[in-house]
Ligand binder design. Structure first.
Ligand SMILES: [Zn+2]
Length: 598
């Protein structure tokens, strides 16, 4: 006799103060009658629950209030938590999103799982975690351990959750097999490619859903292919007749697939499911993230945003590769002089350092890399971001949430009380944020942030425009840096080219003489998808705030004059730094012109 089906359960519930003595006696008397009533009510037998209604079903159906309580009812979870306490087993609330399909469906046979209400859900350090309904499942678990050669750890869960998840996962698997049989491709397992997807669509265009194995495989395939191709973004766009999949590689969008339109919403739903977005909400933009494990390697995060457009929902996925986001500062592409200044800012005890440039110019990578370089266990490093670009365990990262009024400035006000050493503010957009940054710098903190200006010197004017007093800027700003990313020449097909000096001079490059100049360019090969470029590098324009510049800020002098002074003091402009990389064969003059042309 199983414990849950016996009157011992009632005694136990009294012992754990779920039921009163009176209630126990009432249930004992009524259970036979109540069982008949429930059987009559249920229209068809439940294939997943042959013993329905069991004693717990009966208790719940009586709608009792917990012993000594007016409000708390005796529900399934209350009962199962008490069972867990009695048997010293932790209670587990099951979240379908956290479950691994393979573990759930492949560890034990479906009929076995259903007849014993078992749900294997995780493997932790070589131990299989199993949600059980019956606390006395030792023999069953021993059988599983024997068959799978793995130790098990049982958790108590409610019968309804176990049933629901078993139905979802196994039901789903059955439909996949059916679909695969239909295509005569059950032998291929999981590696369905896009070609197969198209064939599949032709066969069954009617009801393709996001839980369809082909859709799941297609989405996995897109992820893997994007990672293979070093794509930074994946765009999945609904057009009138097709679903376009494009990758951004080294800053340029390439069309990768045109899929049948019928799969578009299923693919987007699958992505929304993976990033825990509301699948039913299709009219409002949403943001989420997915973490995917790449076979044997590090986890990669993908930031997902969806927006409604004319022909459906468009999804843009940004791949946040930690190796790209957290580069070492030496890899960013600084000249020797610029690196020296950058380092002096990084190791300043306090003050504000600003990085400027348009979206996609690599500002976050630069700041993350700097933070990572200076981070030590003794240091309290806080970032305030919108949104958090990349999660890093050494930083305390806080996301701005304007909808609930958690803004840069409200967060800053609070974190200053927690005595951070270094604060990174995602972006200074308004006076309040600027004022908090200044206050932090004045009270001994090092502050990194970004601004939207085209060049480094303009950041001074921008701060002034936001409403900051000149003397506050002069006394807290360490300096500023503008940056861009240039595509770098593919090393596998790089070759020398002769370029007319006149032409370069007319383009604004600092060239003298009239002899043709030897530069380099990529011929295009397989490695670089025939583009001639592989990877990107930063170009920079950086200045420390000299006493002369401080004076000029105090006197309210204009940007052009200040820029001239900064240049005289040694600042190389973005154009000059780009030219340095052209001459070094790192990038092309066309790329330098594209990125630094106004
Ligand atoms: Zn190449």
């Amino acid at each position: 006799m199983k414990f849950l089906y016996s009157d011992a359960l009632l005694d136990m519930l009294v012992k754990h103060k779920v039921l009163s003595d009176k209630q126990r006696n009432f249930i004992s008397l009524e259970k036979g009658k109540q069982r008949q009533k429930l059987l009559k009510q249920s229209t068809a037998p439940d294939p997943l629950d042959k013993n329905y209604p069991d004693l717990i079903d009966i208790i719940i159906s009586l709608n009792l209030k917990k012993s000594g309580s007016q409000k708390e009812s005796v529900d399934e979870e209350t009962i199962m938590r008490a069972v867990g306490r009695e048997f010293k087993l932790d209670f587990k609330k099951l979240d379908p999103l956290e479950l691994d399909m393979d573990i759930v469906t492949k560890t034990i046979p479906k009929t076995y799982a259903i007849s014993h209400f078992l749900l294997p859900f995780n493997v932790v350090e070589g131990i299989l975690e199993v949600a059980v309904y019956h606390p006395d499942s030792h023999t069953v678990l021993a059988d599983i351990e024997q068959a799978n050669q793995i130790k098990t750890r049982p958790y108590i869960a409610t019968k309804s959750e176990i049933k629901r998840i078993l139905a979802e996962f196994f039901g789903f698997q059955t439909s996949i097999s059916a679909a695969e049989d239909q295509m005569g491709m059950s032998q291929t397992g999981t590696s369905v490619d896009i070609g197969n997807l198209e064939r599949y669509v032709k066969i069954s265009a009617k009801d393709i859903t996001s839980s369809d194995q082909h859709i799941k495989n297609a989405v996995n395939h897109i992820f893997n292919y994007a990672l293979d191709q070093r794509a930074s973004d994946i765009h999945i766009e609904p057009k009138r007749d097709v679903c376009m999949v494009r990758f951004r590689i080294d800053g340029v969008l390439h069309t990768i697939y045109k899929l049948p339109k019928v799969v578009h919403s299923a693919i987007v739903s699958r992505i929304k499911f993976l990033s825990r977005l509301d699948i039913a909400e299709k009219r409002r933009p949403q943001d989420g993230r997915i973490k995917i494990g790449v076979s044997g390697e590090k986890d990669i995060e993908i930031r997902v945003s969806t927006v409604p457009v004319s022909f459906g929902e468009k999804a843009v996925l940004r791949i946040l590769d930690p190796e790209i986001i957290f580069q070492s500062v030496q890899q960013l592409g600084f000249s020797k002089r610029d690196f020296g200044i950058f380092k002096s800012f990084m190791y300043s005890p306090h003050g504000i350092f600003l990085v400027t440039g348009p979206t996609g110019s690599g500002k976050s990578t630069t700041l993350y890399s700097a933070l990572k370089t200076i981070a030590t266990p003794e240091m309290n490093l806080v970032t305030v971001e919108d949104p958090v670009e990349m999660v890093h365990e050494e930083f305390n990262q806080i996301a701005v949430q304007p909808l609930i009024d958690v803004t840069f400035s409200t967060i800053l006000r609070n974190i200053l009380r927690q005595d951070p050493d270094v604060i990174m503010i995602g972006e200074i957009r308004d006076f309040d944020t600027a004022a908090h940054a200044v206050q932090a710098a004045m009270t001994g903190h090092l502050v990194f942030s970004t601004l939207h200006t085209n060049d480094a010197i303009s950041s001074i004017v921008r701060l002034r425009d936001l409403g900051l007093e000149s003397f506050l800027i002069g006394s807290t700003l360490l300096g500023a840096m503008a940056q861009r990313l240039v595509k770098t020449i593919c090393p596998d097909c790089s070759k020398p080219v002769k370029v007319e000096a006149d032409m370069l001079y007319n383009m604004g490059f600092p060239v003298s003489g009239s002899d043709p100049i030897t530069l380099r360019r990529g011929a295009g090969c397989r490695e670089c998808r025939k583009t001639g470029y592989l990877g990107r590098s930063g170009i920079f324009e950086i200045f420390p705030l000299s006493s002369r510049l401080k004076e000029m800020i105090a006197n309210g002098e204009n940007t052009d004059e200040m820029r001239q002074v900064a240049i005289r003091e040694g600042m190389t402009t973005l154009r000059e730094d780009a030219w340095r990389k052209v001459k070094a064969g790192i990038t092309t003059y066309e790329e330098a012109l594209r990125v630094t042309g106004e």
